[in-house]
Design a protein. Structure first.
Length: 72
């Protein structure tokens, strides 16, 4: 899973999978869900992320995961 914040558009994209999306559905204003060819959720796009998401803190609980931080 990857979290990508785009300052220029103030959007947060959450990649849930490496599979490509083929369908997108806006489920509420500014929130778009992306699906693969099998109908599986592969990504979430959130507009106006700085006002809709707490971007200054990320907590991972009980997850065995490799943590990578990429500064832009």
């Amino acid at each position: 899973m990857k979290l990508n914040y785009h300052r220029d558009t103030d959007s947060l994209y959450i990649d849930l999978s490496d599979r490509p999306s083929v369908d997108s559905r806006e489920v509420s204003e500014g929130v778009v869900l992306d699906y693969d060819a099998s109908g599986n959720l592969v990504g979430i796009d959130i507009d106006h992320a700085s006002t809709n998401v707490q971007l200054d803190r990320l907590v991972l609980s009980d997850m065995d995961a490799e943590i990578q931080s990429i500064a832009s």
